[in-house]
Design a binder for this molecule. Structure first.
Ligand code: GTR
Length: 378
């Protein structure tokens, strides 16, 4: 295991130089966790807000309220209690509600740890009755392994369309004139995950110190940003998140910043568009996003047939984020060798696997996330 960032870069990427996370804007080298937390971490967070994901106009609104619409025991053949909770808020432009669906293992001693999925695929994938099931959100398996399974739908926060930021939480909270660093849809979804966390903290069945936030693809990007901003998430899972998710942008294959900004102009802030075809001008790269999660656990999953996301660039982010974990005495993956398919790495606060197959979130992926957390959490 190499211990300096320069050695990582040369060993893992050859020519692909990325910004060094551990130099402050004044050019001082960060050598201690305290210095990271007080000086450099806030700088890096501010850079991501300013240049990529945007600045939120609001954090937890004073109007936030929780309405437990239902608590139903005896679900999943008696193994789970189902809760449905409306998380509501109000701003100058109106009101909004996020519906949380939660299955809590019945027989286990409370509080229990939880996995929260940010679901973009719609309500078929979060059927409260469990008639429709899929590997995308295998709630039965999560509960079986002793974790609460929580999910919300991104559309409740902000529909995934470019409508000049009229609908969703943008319509509720944004000023008329949106500055060039204003939050986009991914920033809004991450905000939604934090509001769900506000509820989970208030639910005595849930161990709020052990909540994982997970997402696939566009919501994998969201999970990483949510975990970077909100330090209450103990574990952050990115599945096939690709461009502006886990993948290093400099030298990335597949989707580019230009392509993502052109096809999804509402996902990030306006400033990010100035980096179209100019990845090398960015003051950050995506390993710095993962660094913001330190010293909490982070897991990056990829798929062999997902060149658009670029598995190698996703893996490199973990390698390049390792020096920040080392400030806390954690070794990260413990390797900079890209692994064989379906040979998961359970490292020191970092996990990784590359599944055989296409861009998707599957039962196999979830089993690895749970295996990782079983080990880390003991
Ligand atoms: C693609 C997009 C990716 C990824 C994906 C998804 O069209 O280019 O960045 O987010 O959608 O969310 O499935």
């Amino acid at each position: 295991m190499k211990d300096s960032l320069t050695e990582y870069l040369i060993a893992a990427s050859g020519e692909r130089k990325v910004p060094d996370t551990l130099y402050t804007q004044k050019g001082e080298k960060v050598t201690a966790a305290e210095q990271w937390e007080q000086v450099r971490r806030p700088e890096v967070l501010a850079l991501f807000r300013e240049h990529v994901y945007g600045v939120n106009p609001v954090e937890r609104p004073d109007s936030l309220s929780f309405n437990i619409v239902e608590t139903k025991e005896g679900m999943m053949g008696g193994k789970a209690t189902r809760k449905q909770v409306d998380i509501s808020f109000e701003g100058p432009g109106g009101k909004g509600t996020i519906r949380l669906l939660l299955f809590v293992p019945s027989k286990q001693k409370k509080p229990v740890p939880a996995f929260l999925l940010i679901n973009k695929r719609g309500l078929d994938h979060m059927d409260p009755e469990r008639e429709k099931r899929s590997g995308y959100w295998p709630a039965e398996s999560i509960v079986e392994r002793g974790y609460a399974a929580a999910v919300f739908w991104t559309n409740d926060v902000d529909p995934d369309e470019h409508d000049e930021f009229k609908n969703g939480v943008h319509g509720i909270f944004d000023d008329k004139e949106r500055p060039s660093n204003a939050w986009g849809t991914i920033g809004a979804w991450a905000w939604g995950a934090s509001r769900v966390m506000d509820y989970l903290e208030a639910d005595s069945d849930i161990d709020a110190d052990r909540v994982a936030v997970a997402g696939h693809s566009r919501t994998g990007k969201t999970a990483l940003w949510a975990g970077a901003v909100d330090e209450r998430f103990a574990f952050v899972i990115s599945n096939d998140s690709g461009n502006t998710g886990a993948a290093i942008s400099r030298g990335k294959i597949g989707e580019t910043i230009n392509q993502i900004n052109t096809k999804f102009p509402h996902w990030f802030n306006e400033n990010y568009k100035t980096y179209n075809d100019k990845e090398f001008d960015l003051p950050i790269d995506q390993h710095m996003l993962l660094s913001l999660i330190a010293p909490r656990s982070v897991y990056v999953a990829s798929a062999t047939e997902d060149e658009w996301a670029d598995p190698k660039s996703e893996f490199l982010s973990l390698v390049y984020a390792t020096p920040v974990y080392q400030l806390y005495g954690f070794n990260g993956l413990g390797t900079n060798q890209f692994p064989q398919p379906e040979s998961p790495i359970i490292g020191d606060k970092m996990g990784h696997h590359i599944r055989i197959g296409k861009h998707n979130l599957t039962q196999y992926d979830w089993e690895q996330f749970i295996n990782f957390w079983d080990q880390i959490d003991k």
